[in-house]
Design a protein around this ligand. Structure first.
Ligand code: FE2
Length: 668
């Protein structure tokens, strides 16, 4: 007779304990244990550690898996149980860790694998091989793809977060769902009474009243500077969307800016000279061209596809020098200049900020972070078993992503969703924009170093998104390289990992719709390719999402800086705009406060969130990954300190990419 000592760790989180009966069965290379009930009389309490003895006639051999399942107490009382991990002390004197970190519902089964990571071809035991295969087959039934909209990345086939299988449920609760409504946010902002008002604002100053209880340092800064050229230019580098601007060496043919128009702002220099020096930049919203504005509260809204020319002046300030609001040049489509009347120039900038809302939310936020993170998550759950090193590496970066995306689809961009109801780019135009953005998405655009050099922004001063992002990219890359090199010794290991190759193949097919022009490497040939791709996956889910997500209320809370919808078409002539035209164009009171509520909701901290590099789950019992995680955390702490020091010198600190403010995953 031999004895296995099993220690069970119930999670320390709300409702983690259970009254249900929990059964366990151990599987080894030689035999399996009898089924044993663990809590016949005593229940499991939250945060509790309990030890049990399992007697077997002989050694089970090397432990391969632990099966857990639950039955209602007395056949009547059942509830979920959250198990953190199980450790087993074997008769041979080994201690084997089985990470769990998920909910077990009644009548559900969980198969846990030992913490030691392994690749499919390293699995020599036939039973373990079969279990690995069977587990993936079950995963593929649980997590399936579905088309959300034609020609856009596919999504998880699930309509409510509570229908998700137990292993991705974490501590996601109904309470979290409750907070994910604009109505709740409107109440929190104390603006519910204004939500249905169709009135125009009487003055810009009147907006002061709705932010008085909901202000932050950045909102105050926006309020004071929203119509200043310096701040308008600054936001192309360090605002909500620091990804649009690019160096301009030749003017687009459809943007006929002349030297005469810009001679004052270029201080006597010419466009050609400044382009040669690399001081001219462009932000072109052609992706919005031809899209029809949404109908908000029964009234048509207007979208434009502007072109903005910017000049990085000798003081290092990025200044707008010309704006054309529609793509096709004509006499009805004037080029607005800072030398025009104050109202003309201000309204032109407002149209650009509204175009920015559409492109930022749909392309840079929804597609490039939320939907891609969902693609990576579903592909991981379907193709990489929990014992695969890449599954372990990506595990913290998948937290809540499916839940939050399911809720965004059902509450924000559904037919009665708040974005559909209150954004200029909502409904059909949102779907079309998403399609266009998917068609033009490239791998290099997702890899920060390539993206910066493609846009020619290597040397622009005061580009904190780039400065912090590049250090962060390199820290993630260093960690990923060391981690994956520990498991993949040679390129051949990458090539013969059939699970990994299926993973990238599904990402290529279901996420990038088999577009070879996207540049996505499928299949992987080398370890170097794999390291770069995984760096991109982690960077996208953590840093890039933080950069485009966390400041939404900061920059958008002051509505004129980020209007969600515009009620009048762009002006066709100069000199016909005054303060009243601006107020009639900006969103009405109800649209403003509903827009604020959504931005507030999207900027909130996610429930139960963890900053980049803080991994609450104990997934490893090997020395190398544990040491690498420690080094990763140290590098991230150093970067947080560096950013904090730099920010002390800035009028408007750039905090979004400080690792302590970056979540591990797309979770809000
Ligand atoms: Fe987000």
């Amino acid at each position: 007779m031999v004895i296995y000592t099993v220690t069970l760790h119930t999670g320390d989180r709300l409702s983690a304990g259970t009254y249900s009966h929990i059964y366990i069965k151990l599987r080894g290379t030689e035999a399996e244990s009898e089924k044993k009930i663990l809590n016949y009389i005593r229940w499991f309490w939250r945060g509790q550690k309990r030890e049990f003895k399992i007697h077997c006639e002989a050694s089970l051999g090397e432990l391969i898996s632990v099966k857990l399942y639950s039955k209602p107490f007395m056949g009547l009382v059942y509830d979920q149980w959250f198990c953190d991990k199980i450790t087993i002390n074997t008769p041979e004197g080994d201690e084997v860790l089985f990470p769990c970190y998920c909910w077990l519902d009644w009548d559900e089964k969980l198969y846990l694998r030992p913490a030691k990571a392994s690749l499919v071809f390293q699995e020599t035991n036939q039973i373990a091989q079969k279990q690995r295969m069977r587990h993936l087959e079950e995963q593929q039934k649980l997590f399936s793809w579905r088309v959300y909209a034609e020609d856009t990345p596919q999504v998880i086939n699930c309509d409510t977060p509570l229908c998700l299988p137990p292993e991705v449920r974490f501590s996601f609760t109904k309470k979290t769902e409750f907070y994910f409504t604009a109505g709740t946010q409107l109440a929190a902002l104390k603006l519910a009474g204004l939500a249905d008002s169709r009135k125009s604002w009487e003055s810009i100053c009147q907006l002061e009243a709705i932010i008085c209880e909901n202000r932050s340092k950045t909102i105050e800064y926006c309020q004071e500077h929203w119509d200043k050229d310096d701040f308008f230019g600054y936001q192309f580098l360090n605002g909500l969307n620091p990804m649009m601007i690019q160096r301009c060496s030749t003017l687009p043919e459809n943007f006929p800016v002349t030297d005469d128009m810009v001679k004052d702002t270029l201080r006597g220099s010419s466009l050609e000279q400044e382009m040669e020096k690399g001081n001219i930049f462009l932000s072109d919203y052609k992706m919005l061209d031809g899209l029809v504005g949404n109908v908000v509260s029964g009234r048509k809204q207007y979208l434009t596809a502007p072109l903005v020319l910017l000049y990085c002046n000798p003081e290092g300030m990025m200044k707008p020098i010309a704006i054309q609001l529609r793509q096709k040049p004509s006499k009805d489509n004037p080029i607005f200049l800072p030398t025009d009347s104050e109202a003309d120039w201000k309204l032109a900038k407002i149209f650009v900020r509204n175009a920015e809302f559409g492109v930022h939310e749909v392309d840079f936020h929804l597609l490039r972070t939320h939907l891609l993170a969902e693609v990576f998550t579903v592909a991981t759950l379907r193709n990489l078993p929990s014992s695969h090193p890449l599954h372990k590496l990506l595990f913290p970066h998948m937290r809540y992503t499916l839940q939050i995306n399911i809720m965004a689809r059902s509450r924000l961009i559904s037919t009665d969703g708040v974005i559909t109801m209150y954004a200029g780019v909502g409904g059909e135009s949102l779907e079309e924009l998403l399609k266009r953005a998917t068609a033009s998405l490239t791998y290099s655009a997702l890899c920060l170093p390539d993206n910066i050099s493609e846009r020619g922004l290597e040397t622009v001063p005061c580009y904190y998104y780039r400065d912090d992002g590049m250090i962060l990219w390199n820290i993630i890359n260093k960690f990923v390289a060391a981690f994956l090199s520990h498991y993949y010794q040679h390129d051949e290991d990458v090539q013969k990992d059939t699970e990994l190759q299926r993973w990238i193949s599904e990402i290529f097919t279901n996420g990038f719709l088999e577009r070879h022009s996207s540049g996505i490497p499928s299949p992987f040939q080398t370890l170097k390719e794999l390291i770069k791709f995984v760096t991109m996956v982690i960077f996208t889910a953590s840093a890039q999402h933080a950069a485009v997500n966390s400041g939404q209320y900061d920059f958008g809370g002051w509505m004129p800086n980020y209007p969600t919808a515009l009620r009048k078409p762009p002006p066709k002539k100069k000199g016909q705009t005054d303060e009243r035209t601006i107020l009639e164009t900006l969103p009405d009171v109800g649209t403003t406060v509903n827009g604020m509520a959504v931005l507030k909701l999207l900027s909130n901290d996610s429930a139960d969130h963890y900053p980049l590099g803080k991994f609450p789950e104990n997934l490893y019992d090997e020395e190398v990954p544990c040491k690498l995680i420690e080094e990763f955390q140290k590098d991230l702490e150093e970067l947080s300190d560096l950013i904090e020091k730099r920010n002390k010198k800035l009028e408007l600190p750039y905090t979004y990419l400080s690792p302590k403010n970056v979540d591990n995953s797309v979770a809000i």
